[in-house]
Design a protein around this ligand. Structure first.
Ligand SMILES: [Zn+2]
Length: 421
């Protein structure tokens, strides 16, 4: 299924023809198993990559290897000098006028995109080249805005090798001149999540989700074709099981550009009785299960892991919240969320969001071994009576984020203050 999804549809940028084709393919594969998946359509601010280019004009002529960040907007082509802005903090800007110039920003900057973009817009910079953190000509496609806001100036990822080269030229005082032409554009798109429900004896529900969309440069095999195939394997497994509780599998769309599909899904939960949500985003073979900061999950997870005996996860139960995948909207809605600590081998994971995130990087054994752990946890959750459907009180939900200091990052990208305030 995943080979066909990767090779026949390609990178699945939300709202693109490849994304639509992937949804059709996935649904056809599920129907071939005798299942009845449903499309849950929604609209979101989308983005189309078109033929952008950044050319070095002097000291020599050459097209640079770049990729625009999502929500970059088209503009008239322009030529400008390059200025090295280091981490992109306001204090690192030269005192003279930088209006219309192109700024070069470090890969290791502690600032988030939203922060250095805001400063660049204040100084009326013409464009940003953001040096990629991974070497070897990689570009790491990513979103420029988590709230779908068109960027006030085009922002590009540039390879580490070319970015450092331009920096060395500037350090020696060599003037660097560039031409920038951006055609990519923001466009409202209609897309869909795919939902598949397995009714249990109780309407109490366990949600298992994985995002189906990916970046467009490669095939999105690891991020997150892996999760797509784990959910598919769970679907195949569940169709012949009797379940104590209802299980809902959700293939989310629009995750990469700002968790749009899971936000849509979480907003529709109403008072539905949800026991927990499991998020599968680049989950390799688990070494630990993570309660994502929710103490009420820990005793159950400890018990589950202990009962696995010789198959106990070596690192056991962790309880650390992190932000930025499809569990977050569910957590904000008061639902308990679980994921795994499950590292993917470096030789595969280094390519994520990039040209080389292709199906050949994903050994099938990872899908087999990881799914057996996920399925085991899912069956335990569907049968367990110590946990009941529950929504966390609002103040405790706030603490789920403040306790780990992640509300600051959420604030910068527009996901905080907390909705209740
Ligand atoms: Zn992902």
């Amino acid at each position: 299924m995943l080979t066909r999804l990767c090779d026949d549809a390609g990178g699945r940028l939300t709202g693109s023809p490849a994304d639509r084709r992937a949804i059709e393919l996935l649904m056809a594969e599920l129907r071939a198993l005798g299942l009845e998946p449903e499309r849950e359509p929604f609209r979101m601010p989308g983005w189309e990559r078109r033929d952008d280019r950044v050319d070095l004009l002097s000291p020599l002529g050459r097209r640079l290897r770049v990729a625009a960040l999502g929500y970059s907007q088209p503009h008239a082509a322009f030529e400008a000098e390059l200025v090295d802005l280091r981490d992109g903090r306001a204090a690192e800007y030269p005192t003279d006028d930088v209006a219309g110039k192109v700024g070069l920003i470090n890969s290791g900057t502690p600032l988030q995109t939203a922060e250095f973009v805001r400063i660049a817009a204040q100084r009326r910079l013409g464009a940003i080249l953001f040096i990629n953190r991974e070497g070897g000509g990689q570009l790491l496609a990513r979103t420029g805005s988590f709230v779908g806001a068109p960027l006030p100036l085009p922002v590009y990822s540039i390879t580490q090798e070319e970015g450092n080269w331009l920096r060395r030229l500037r350090e020696r005082g060599v003037p660097v001149r560039l031409r920038v032409e951006t055609r990519s554009r923001c466009v409202e798109v209609e897309t869909a999540n795919v939902v598949l429900r397995f009714p249990g004896r109780s309407p109490e529900r366990i949600v298992v989700g994985a995002h189906v969309d990916s970046w467009d440069l490669g095939q999105g095999a690891l991020d997150n074709g892996l999760g797509v195939s784990q959910l598919f394997a769970l679907a195949d497994f569940l169709r012949v099981r009797e379940l104590g509780r209802t299980v809902e599998l959700v293939w989310f769309n629009g995750e990469e550009q700002g968790l749009w599909g899971s936000r849509h899904q979480a907003a529709r939960l109403g008072d539905d009785p949800i026991v927990a949500m499991i998020n599968l985003d680049m989950v390799g073979v688990p070494i630990a299960v993570n309660a994502l900061g929710d103490d009420t999950l820990v005793p159950f997870l400890e018990r589950w892991n202990d009962l696995r005996g010789a198959k106990r996860l070596p690192t056991g139960v962790q309880n650390i919240n992190w932000f930025g995948s499809d569990h977050t909207p569910y957590q904000l809605a008061g639902v308990r969320a679980i994921t795994f600590n499950a590292p993917i081998p470096r030789e595969s994971v280094r390519y994520y969001h990039d040209v080389a995130d292709t199906i050949d990087k994903l050994p099938e054994q990872i899908v087999v071994d990881s799914t057996s752990v996920i399925a085991d946890l899912l069956l335990a959750l569907a049968a367990d009576t110590s946990l009941t459907a529950w929504r966390r009180p609002v103040q405790e939900t706030e603490m789920l984020f403040t306790r780990f200091g992640i509300e600051r990052r959420m604030q910068v990208i527009g996901y905080w203050p907390f909705p209740s305030r």
